[in-house]
Design a protein around this ligand. Structure first.
Ligand code: LMR
Length: 409
C-alpha cells in the first residue's frame, strides 16, 4: 500500500461539483427534495425518460440478433455510425458538392462528448468561455494545454457579452489558438450568440487564423430542431472552407443515452488539404488505440438503428419535441411563479435563455440556503437544470427562491 501511495504521489483534489451534488441529492431522505443539479432530462414526475424511440430500437436490435454485436469494431469505431453522426451534424442532404465536403471531414467514435473533447484537447493554447462547463477546464488541464478565458457573461444584464468576447479574442488570441465554442444551449448560461454574432465570430476566427472547436452536446434537444441547433457548426463549415475546425459530438442528451457514452469527434480539414484527412484519422486512431482501443458498440447501434429508419427518425424528432417543449414550459412556469410572488429582482432571463440550464443569478449564499432549508440542489454558480422542475414542484421552488432572497440577511 505504501508503495502505491509513493508512486501515485497523491494530493487531495476537490470532488466534481455536479456529480457530488447528484450523490448528495440521491441520499437526501427529504420528501420534497428537488434536483436542479446535473443536466439530465426528467419527466414531469421527476423520473428518467428512456426515449420511446430508443426502447423501440433496442427491441429491434434484440430481434435482429446480429452475430457480430459483441465483436470489436475498427479502432476509429463503428464506421456506418460515424457517417450517420457526421451527416446529422453537418446536414448533408444530397446537395451539390457533397462528396467534396465529406472528404474534408475525418470522424472517429469517442467515449461520448467528454471523450470527444478530450481527444481533441491538443496544444498550443485553448480559449474557454468564462464561464463554461467546468469539465472543459479539467479536460484541457489534464491534457497539459495552457488555458485562457474570454468574457461570455454580462452579470449586470444577465446577457451574452458579445463585445467582451470579440474584443478579448481580437486583442489577445494568437494564430493557431483553439477557441472552444458551444454549438447551442451554452452550458452553464443558456445564452447563445444570435446568427449575426455567429457570422462575426466565424469572420474573426478566419481572419486571426484561430481554430474553432465546437462542443455540440444538445443538437435537437435545445430547440427541438436538429437543423436549428446545428446552424453555427454548419455555417462555419460551409462558409469558411479555408479554415480548419472540429466538432465534439455527444448523443447523451438528445437520445437520452447518458450511460452508454455515445459520441464522435469530427476533424474538418480546409478545402485545400483533403489528403490530410487520412493522416488526421490515423493520428486520432493512434491516440484512441493507446487509450481505450475503440469506442463502445451498444449505444451507437441504437443511434444507427434510429437514424437509418425513416419511421424511427420521425419518432426521434417527436421525442426531441417532447423534451425541448417541456423544458420551455417549465421555464415559463418558474418565471410566472416568481412574477406572481413579486420576488425581488428581474426574471425575464429565465425565459430568454435556451436549453437545459438557466443561469439564475442566485448567489452562492442563496444556493446554499436553498439546499439547507428546502433541499433544492443547484450549482453554486446559480446554474439550475430546468428539467428538474415539474408542475408539482415549481411552486415550491419559486416560493423557496422568494424566501431565500427576501430573508437573506
Ligand atoms: C452537466 O453539465 O450537468 C451535464 O453535462 C453532465 C456532465 O457531464 O457534467
Amino acid at each position: 500500500m505504501s508503495k502505491i501511495d509513493t508512486r501515485l504521489n497523491v494530493s487531495p483534489v476537490p470532488p466534481d461539483e455536479i456529480f457530488a451534488l447528484n450523490g448528495a441529492y440521491a441520499v437526501d431522505p427529504h420528501p420534497q427534495k428537488v434536483s436542479l443539479g446535473v443536466g439530465v432530462y426528467r419527466t414531469d414526475d421527476g423520473k428518467p425518460w428512456p426515449l420511446p424511440v430508443v426502447q423501440k430500437a433496442e427491441k429491434e436490435l434484440v430481434v435482429d440478433d446480429d452475430l457480430f454485436r459483441h465483436e470489436y469494431t475498427a479502432i476509429e469505431g463503428d464506421v456506418p455510425f460515424l457517417g450517420i453522426a457526421r451527416d446529422l451534424m453537418f446536414g448533408f442532404e444530397g446537395k451539390q458538392g457533397e462528396e467534396e465536403a465529406k472528404a474534408r471531414i475525418g470522424s472517429v467514435q469517442t467515449v461520448a462528448g467528454t471523450g470527444a473533447n478530450h481527444l481533441g484537447a491538443l496544444p498550443p493554447t485553448v480559449w474557454l468561455s468564462n464561464p463554461s462547463w467546468a469539465n472543459h477546464q479539467t479536460i484541457w488541464e489534464l491534457a497539459g494545454v495552457p488555458r485562457k478565458t474570454y468574457p461570455y457573461y454580462h452579470a449586470a444584464t444577465r446577457s451574452f457579452d458579445f463585445e467582451g468576447m470579440m474584443s478579448s479574442l481580437e486583442s489577445e488570441a494568437q494564430e493557431g489558438d483553439v477557441v472552444l465554442l458551444h454549438a447551442c444551449a451554452h452550458n452553464p448560461t443558456g445564452l447563445d450568440p444570435n446568427k449575426e454574432q455567429w457570422v462575426a465570430i466565424a469572420d474573426l476566427c478566419e481572419r486571426k487564423k484561430l481554430f474553432p472547436f465546437f462542443d455540440s452536446a444538445y443538437q435537437g434537444f435545445a430547440s427541438g430542431s436538429v437543423e436549428e441547433d446545428a446552424w453555427a457548426v454548419r455555417y462555419f463549415f460551409n462558409n469558411k472552407p479555408d479554415m480548419e475546425m472540429c466538432v465534439a459530438q455527444s448523443f447523451s442528451k438528445n437520445f437520452g443515452l447518458y450511460g452508454q457514452r455515445v459520441g464522435a469527434f469530427h476533424y474538418c480539414t480546409n478545402r485545400a488539404s483533403t489528403t490530410l484527412r487520412d493522416v488526421v484519422v490515423n493520428n486520432l486512431c493512434h491516440l484512441i488505440r493507446g487509450e481505450f482501443s475503440m469506442g463502445p458498440r451498444v449505444g451507437c447501434s441504437i443511434v444507427k438503428k434510429v437514424l437509418t429508419n425513416e419511421e424511427l427518425t420521425a419518432d426521434w424528432h417527436q421525442d426531441l419535441q417532447v423534451m425541448s417543449s417541456r423544458i420551455k414550459t417549465m421555464r415559463k412556469a418558474l418565471y410566472n411563479e416568481l412574477v406572481r410572488l413579486q420576488t425581488p429582482g428581474t426574471w425575464e432571463h429565465i425565459i430568454q435563455q435556451n436549453g437545459m440550464f438557466s443561469y439564475t443569478g442566485l448567489t452562492p449564499k442563496q444556493v446554499y440556503a436553498l439546499k439547507d432549508k428546502y433541499h433544492i440542489y443547484l450549482l453554486k454558480s446559480g446554474r439550475a437544470s430546468i428539467s428538474g422542475l415539474s408542475q408539482k414542484n415549481v411552486a415550491y421552488v419559486a416560493q423557496a427562491i422568494d424566501d431565500v432572497i427576501r430573508n437573506e440577511n
